[in-house]
Unconditional design. Structure first.
Lengths: 191, 222, 571
């Protein structure tokens, strides 16, 4: 494919097509996580004894990771601002910082899981832990995917290309952040 | 065909009545819709030199042909809802006083029926366990506890018009009151693996004397 | 001047075509929406033949239990379950969805809104590639050790979750992966359909100028997108139950098997409207064209459709009336279920009313479209029997349910597809199909169709349950009169399958030696008929992209000489 089709350049609604697409993508993601968390909450209500299991999660690791993600969301905003004003290189730098946040998050997560698994809490221990690993794992996959895509966009941005995509990955990143904001209290804190 | 299928429980006739009510109401609209449909096709076939009418669908005198039926369909819905809630409440929500209690357990791929023995109580030493045969007495109200050992099964007695899924980990209560003496099929109505197609059982409905005889004969002496 | 540029453009376009990757590769890696549409169409058609073959095998087994089925052999109970399960899954996920939504959506949306392609051509291609892999996975799952999955297309756990229960651990996992990949493909495709319709419309095309079929496909995509999420989450949990030994659906480990049913049907019911809406859209466009009539109430139709979509999220538990949910909840879901008859009746009435005052020409596509209405009504009203919770105690999981949904699915997936295929064939392939052969095929399909499924209604009322490979084990169902009905249904199926040969003959013959199709063989208004048949790469020369001046259904205007008024014709 050489040039973009005419269709891509049109905007009958006035909203850029890329942004529309990201919103719809997020809509479908919201229902995926909604289904998972909804299922978890239903179970949780039916099993008060899970509070005991939840007490064994590493709350401080979770809290630290919340902080990490919030910071990375902030750098994503800065990247967007830089891209808006056409500063591709600056945007790329901020994106790299955001990716650093993602990496930190994953690193902390893996230490945390190692501790938990070494204490004997694995995905098959009981359904609380199954939900714990599944929900956090699915979220972790989103972090990984987001970071990889961010890498490609950062390279493009460095060369001053496709700057509008910086905003799109930013929207996505806020969503990943938001999901964690839900996961953290539900999995770690609720007793 | 539904007439040839016997009504062997106290609520079978109610369920059939509901089905007939739905059949009449929807049947009416079905035939009206199809009638109008075919009449329009026939009436407005293309004729040379005749142009179609230009109708936007906003003309009051035409839209009422749709909006009236609409209201009426809603009214029909209300009738069906009321009738259905009644039947549903009677069969599934209410639990009339029981004369007997049985326990029904589904597993791959057989039914185990636990009948009360001579003492008339369930979960005592003299309970009668029979595989794939449920023996009940006519005109007695039964409660059943429905359980599953492994996967989902569904306890279905077509002549009773009764069906209930059995879920592993739960014990589901329900009731029936046989009204007809005879021997009928019990089917498993939920796919439960390779043997789902052979998970057949029979229900034997007998009168008081015969049932008592069956119980004494089968009560284990302990 | 304009002519000249067009010629230059065509010349360039030829050159361009000879430079890309060659042969099959070019076909596989094309991002042209029309090529992708064909890929979906032919994959779907192939899968329809597979699903039809499965129906043939298990219907033979039901009619002549225990005898060897020509072309398959003896059907074991496990094979029977697997055939039924995969027949249902394939027909819904690999026939109805790819053909109605993906093939026609891909072909029609850009052409009908006057765009040169989808807004994300490469995502579009990726969507097909994922879909294609999912098809290979589901087909492959039939041949692995232990055989294909046999726990029904609804895959209720614990049966689907544990290999010891279903005895097809590999088949079950592959089935699940196949279905999940298919969902991913349609999420990718859906984003494309929605954003394309929203943003890539031709200048002048306002929301109410969009042909109904585009609206329907896009609303269906939105429904799909908003309903499938929980099931994707549920599928991940099921996959972990199968492979890692978690217990999301295992009561012994604190899980709940009924959870899956909620997640499945929360998707499952909107899903039936996901496939229904495109078929209704197709019907509307064809009926308007062949009755030479404006659609009776465009906005009414659109809003009703949206209402149906919204309501469809609140009816799911009507599949679970007797599955052990709280009996009080059944009342709520019964009410919503019955209420949905109102908007759907409206859709039907509007289409029927469109015939009023028309000038109806019964060409093959029109026959199919009208047959869709006539047959779908049967499926619709029988849904009310099931929606009435009291009656569903009896009907649940009987052949009555089965006949109900074949009377909806068959009109949608088969009749609707044939309507669309015969209508847009000239545009898709640049050739005309034979009307005579088309009519033979039509009657040869419609008449046997009713002979297959009317007997199944009767069997269902007689208490025959689903997914049972041999009714001889049930004394009350083993009677000769029941068996006669089963044989009638099977024989009717054989007749119908034989008539499909007429279709394939017509299809191939028209492709090879059909009369060349003009730009606008049906004198229709919508934009796809303003370009060549078949449309070139880019659909229109870049400097002649259409502009839109009016709605799609301006037929029979009294103030005009001709009885149609194309959307792109300046006033
Ligand atoms: C595209 C497919 C499709 C469509 C459109 C529908 C449409 C409807 N379905 Fe169906 N259904 C299925 C596919 C479909 N269904 C499938 C696949 C299953 C089984 C799944 C499985 O278990 O494997 C199923 C099962 C199913 C059940 C569960 C049965 C059971 O397992 O126990 C129920 C119960 O309520 C139901 C109801 C309805 C209703 C009320 C409609 C309504 O939308 C119909 C509305 C239409 C009309 C009503 C006709 C037009 C109106 C009039 C002519 C006016 C007159 C009407 C009145 C007076 C009410 N369906
Ligand atoms: C779209 C959905 C769809 C379609 C079209 C069909 C078509 C058919 N179905 Fe199926 N069926 C299901 C969906 C569908 N089915 C589902 C969901 C189930 C439940 C599964 C379960 O319980 O888990 C089921 C189950 C089911 C059973 C129940 C088995 C059991 O419970 O024991 C039976 C029994 O007779 C049956 C029969 C048939 C028959 C005879 C056809 C015939 O109409 C088939 C005729 C064949 C063709 C029409 C194909 C020919 C192909 C072409 C000519 C190519 C044309 C090109 C294109 C269409 C692009 N089906
Ligand atoms: Cu037990 Cu089916
Ligand atoms: Cu439904």
């Amino acid at each position: 494919m050489s040039a973009k089709p005419i269709a891509t350049t049109r905007s009958a609604t006035g909203i850029p097509t890329g942004r529309l697409a990201v919103w719809w993508l997020l809509a479908s993601e919201v229902v995926i996580f909604g289904g998972l968390l909804g299922s978890y909450i239903m179970h949780r209500v039916g099993h008060p004894e899970w509070a005991e299991a939840a007490a064994h999660t590493q709350v401080w690791f979770g809290a630290f990771n919340t902080l990490v993600l919030l910071t990375s969301s902030f750098t994503a905003v800065l990247a967007h601002q830089a891209a808006e004003s056409g500063q591709g290189k600056k945007a790329a730098k901020f994106l790299v910082m955001t990716m650093g946040g993602a990496l930190t998050f994953l690193l902390v997560k893996s230490i945390e899981w190692t501790i938990e698994i070494s204490h004997g809490y694995t995905i098959t221990t009981n359904t609380f832990w199954s939900f714990y690993y599944t929900a956090a794992g699915l979220h972790g996959l989103h972090v990984i995917a987001g970071a990889i895509i961010m890498g490609f966009i950062a390279v493009d941005a460095w060369r001053g290309r496709e700057l509008q995509r910086v905003e799109l990955i930013g929207i996505y990143w806020h969503f990943v952040d938001l999901v964690w904001i839900f996961l953290f209290p539900l999995l770690y804190i609720a007793k | 065909m539904i007439e040839t299928l016997q009504q062997a429980s106290s609520y079978a006739a109610d369920i059939d009545g509901l089905i007939i009510l739905v059949a009449v109401l929807t049947g009416f609209w079905f035939f009206v819709a199809q009638g109008v449909f075919f009449w329009l096709i026939f009436r407005y076939r293309a004729k040379p030199g005749k142009k179609s009418k230009y109708v936007t669908g906003r003309e009051q005198h035409l839209t009422r042909w749709i909006s009236f039926p609409h209201g009426l369909v809603l009214v029909c819905d209300v009738f069906i809802i009321v009738a259905s809630v009644n039947v549903w409440y009677d069969v599934k929500q209410r639990l009339p006083e029981a004369d007997r209690v049985v326990r029904i357990t589904g597993q791959q791929w057989a039914w185990t029926f636990q009948h009360p023995g001579s003492d008339g109580d369930l979960d005592t030493d003299d309970d009668v366990y029979v595989v794939d045969e449920l023996h009940v007495e006519v005109d007695k109200t039964y409660h059943f506890h429905l359980e599953a050992r492994d996967v989902m099964h569904s306890f279905s007695v077509p002549v009773f018009r009764l069906k209930q899924d059995a879920i592993p980990g739960r014990s589901i209560m329900g009731w029936f009151r046989p009204t007809l003496v005879g021997e009928f099929d019990v089917q498993c109505a939920e796919i439960c693996g390779i043997g789902h197609g052979v998970m057949a059982a029979r229900i034997f409905i007998t009168d008081e004397a015969q049932h008592a005889a069956w119980v004494t004969q089968n009560t284990p002496n302990r | 001047m304009v002519e000249a540029t067009a010629e230059v453009w065509h010349a360039q376009h030829e050159v361009h075509e000879h430079h890309g990757p060659q042969g099959v590769l070019k076909y596989l890696w094309s991002t042209d929406h029309k090529v992708i549409s064909m890929q979906y169409l032919f994959t779907g058609m192939f899968m329809a033949v597979v699903g039809g073959f499965m129906a043939y095998v298990f219907r033979m087994q039901l009619a002549f239990p225990g005898s060897s089925v020509p072309g398959f052999g003896i059907v074991s109970p496990g094979e029977y379950n697997s055939l039924v399960t995969n027949h249902g899954s394939i027909m819904i996920f690999w026939v109805a969805m790819p053909v109605l939504i993906a093939a026609f959506g891909n072909f029609l949306i850009p052409l009908m809104i006057g765009a040169d392609d989808m807004v994300f051509p490469r995502i579009n291609r990726l969507s097909f590639q994922v879909f294609f892999i999912s098809a290979l996975v589901i087909l492959g799952s039939l041949f692995v050790e232990g055989g294909g999955f046999g726990g029904a297309w609804t895959a209720y756990p614990p049966l689907s979750a544990k290999g010891v229960y279903n005895q097809t651990p590999l088949g079950a996992t592959l089935w699940l992966i196949g279905v999940a990949l298919e969902f991913v493909a349609f999420l990718l495709g859906g984003i494309n359909f929605i954003t394309t319709l929203m943003n890539a419309r031709a200048p002048g095309m306002k929301a109410y100028d969009i042909p109904m079929v585009c609206w329907m496909i896009v609303i269906a995509s939105i429904l799909f997108m908003l309903s499938v999420g929980p099931l994707i989450a549920g599928a991940v949990m099921l996959l972990f139950d199968q492979t890692l030994g978690t217990g999301f659906y295992d009561p012994a480990m604190g899980g709940d098997p009924v959870l899956w049913q909620h997640l499945f049907w929360f998707f499952g019911h909107p899903e039936v409207y996901v496939v229904m809406l495109p078929a209704i859209g197709i019907t509307i466009d064809i009926v308007a064209t062949f009755a030479r009539k404006k659609l009776f109430g465009y906005k009414l139709m659109l809003y009703t459709t949206v209402a149906t979509g919204v309501l469809s999220f609140f009816v799911w538990a009507h599949h679970q009336f007797i599955s052990g949910i709280d009996p009080r909840m059944a009342n709520v879901f019964m009410v919503t279920t019955l209420l949905i008859s109102v908007p759907i009746a409206e859709l039907m009435f509007v289409i029927i009313a469109t015939l009023y005052g028309g000038s109806i020409r019964l060409a093959t596509p029109m026959l199919w479209a009208l047959a869709f209405i006539a047959e779908f009504l049967i499926g619709g009203v029988t849904g009310i029997f099931l929606g009435a919770s009291g009656a569903d105690i009896y009907f649940h999981d009987t052949y009555f349910v089965l006949a109900h949904f074949h009377y909806t699915f068959f009109p949608i997936a088969i009749i609707g597809t044939f309507a669309a295929l015969t209508y847009w064939f000239p545009k898709m392939f640049g050739k005309m199909m034979s009307d005579k052969l088309g009519k033979i095929h039509f009657w040869g399909t419609i008449i046997p169709f009713n002979f297959i499924f009317i007997p199944l209604f009767v069997l269902g009322m007689g208490g025959q349950h689903r997914r049972i490979y041999n009714y001889q084990h049930f004394p009350d169902l083993a009677g000769a009169d029941f068996q006669r009905l089963r044989i009638i249904a099977t024989v009717a199926l054989l007749v119908m399958l034989a008539f499909q040969l007429v279709f394939f003959y017509n299809f191939i013959r028209s492709l090879l030696r059909g009369e060349k199709a003009p730009k606008n063989p049906w004198n229709a208004n919508t934009l796809e008929w303003t370009t060549e048949s078949p449309p070139p790469h880019g659909n229109w020369p870049p400097d002649q992209m259409p502009k839109v001046y009016r709605g799609p259904y301006e037929y029979g205007r009294p103030d005009r000489e001709s009885d149609f008024w194309p959307q792109d014709e300046p006033a």
